[in-house]
Design a protein. Structure first.
Ligand SMILES: [Zn+2]
Length: 451
């Protein structure tokens, strides 16, 4: 269900290798004419730098260098007998990270190709820039020619990953730039025959590309969308877990807890302390039971007043009162983790109050597709989904899969098992079953923020 790559750790180089490309040329050599192949075909499929592109330039940000192609006659020739034998004319993917050099950047009045895999005039797989426009992918076979939609690239865009996938069996060729799907077109026939040209920043057809390249790879299969996303971000985080949060201790949350906890699923309940034990809310004993089972019982406020209009001192009172109640009930693990009532706050009053009360983190309700640990801010982390009664299980699963692709954490908020902001017990139980079936990890802010 979950591609292995999602759990891969380590360098970008390792992530590319983990997808088993036939050939993979980081182009990080600093001298010589050999471009080493780190793909599955091994060093017998090494490439050759032609006309000495300048090596050892700054790379995409992964610690490796790039190669500068002069736009006159530089290229890297990767045509080898092992590649000829392994090239899959029916399906494949190609990747290149590109960055324009100084003016005229990648283009002038003629096209500048990025890669070219060619049998003959009727069997070509290529891509290039022309007149400042990316004429994306170009594939011509016995089934005709396909052009992918163009996309303007800024000369200042820095390194940009371009990935094209194609498969005759699915009948599609798709181009992704920066991980975004730019265009998809139909294809009907395979490339037939033995390659006579194979390389990056090269031609025999159009002019050469002027600019930097790195991480050139070719696969004999169509990459999955998840793989494209991972490979399009060198520093992409790994997926770290589901953060299942509940605000206001509505009594429906007790049923959620009772179903989930025996399955090993953890949740977080943000408590409005004035409401504990009131009609429609969880009791102190129920909260203690959840606390004892490893759920995090955390701070919402004293009485659910919006923090937005409150002074710093009043916000502190809201927090410390709630902390005091929870501590009095001997639930102390969660008293330095919180969530804003209504998701509302003014940073100028709220953040100093959170510091003064020792809060480690505070969750808002603004939408984030995932919580990226590289960019997270502890006092305003948001939600992947604010659950409403009409949300379907399929929508939630799609959000979770998206967060898995993006990395970091998936965070959701459920209020109750009924009402406008509620989510039914049946939906919740189905979600829990799906989480278990897929082996997904659930965590609380205690797991995220203490360190
Ligand atoms: Zn609330």
């Amino acid at each position: 269900m979950l591609p292995l790559i999602m759990h891969s750790k380590g360098s970008y180089f390792a992530k590319v290798k983990s997808t088993s490309p036939l050939v993979y040329f980081p182009l990080n050599e600093v001298s010589g004419s050999t471009a080493i192949n780190y793909g599955t075909l091994g060093t017998v499929a090494n490439g050759t730098y032609i006309h000495a592109p300048t090596l050892g330039n700054p790379g995409i940000g992964d610690g490796k260098t790039s190669a500068l192609f002069d736009g006159v006659n530089d290229w890297v020739d990767v045509l080898t007998n092992p590649l000829k034998a392994a090239f899959n004319g029916s399906a494949g993917s190609i990747m290149v990270w590109v960055k324009g050099d100084v003016s005229p950047y990648w283009w002038n009045t003629t096209g500048h190709s990025w890669f070219n895999f060619k049998v003959d005039a009727a069997n070509i797989f290529s891509a290039w820039l022309a007149n400042g426009v990316l004429n994306g992918g170009y594939l011509t076979t016995g089934g005709g020619s396909v052009w992918l939609e163009t996309q303007q690239l800024s000369e200042n865009s820095g390194f940009v990953p371009v990935i094209i996938t194609w498969s005759v069996s699915t009948g599609l060729i798709s181009m992704y730039i920066n991980g975004h799907l730019i265009d998809t077109q139909a294809i009907t026939a395979a490339i037939v025959g033995e390659l006579t040209v194979a390389g990056w920043a090269m031609n025999n057809w159009f002019s050469k590309g002027k600019g930097y390249m790195a991480h050139c790879a070719l696969w004999d299969r169509s990459l999955t969308t998840s793989e494209v996303l991972i490979l399009s971000s060198p520093n992409k985080d790994i997926f770290r877990g589901l953060v299942l949060t509940f605000d206001d201790e509505f009594d429906g949350q007790y049923g959620f807890f009772q179903y989930a906890a025996p399955l090993g699923i953890k949740g977080t309940i943000y408590v409005t302390s004035d409401n504990i034990g009131a009609a429609g809310y969880m009791t102190a004993a129920q909260l203690q039971e959840a606390d004892a089972a490893g759920w995090l019982i955390a701070v919402h406020s004293k009485d659910h007043t919006s923090f937005y209009g409150l002074s710093q001192a009043d916000i502190e009172t809201q927090i410390t009162t709630c902390q005091g109640v929870l501590s009095g009930l001997e639930m102390t693990r969660g008293i330095y983790h919180g969530a804003y009532p209504f998701g509302a706050y003014n940073p100028s009053t709220a953040f100093p109050a959170l510091v003064a009360t020792g809060m480690l983190d505070f969750r808002g309700t603004h939408n984030l597709s995932s919580l990226d640990t590289r960019t997270r801010y502890k006092y305003c982390w948001g939600l992947s989904r604010y659950m409403a009664s009409g949300d379907t299980l399929a929508q939630v699963q799609a959000d979770i899969n998206n967060a898995i692709s993006e990395g970091g954490y998936y965070t959701q908020l459920i209020h109750d098992d009924s009402g406008v902001d509620g989510w039914s017990d049946a939906n919740w139980q189905a979600l829990c079953d799906w989480i278990v079936a897929n082996g997904l990890t659930t965590v609380t802010p205690e797991d995220i923020w203490i360190s």
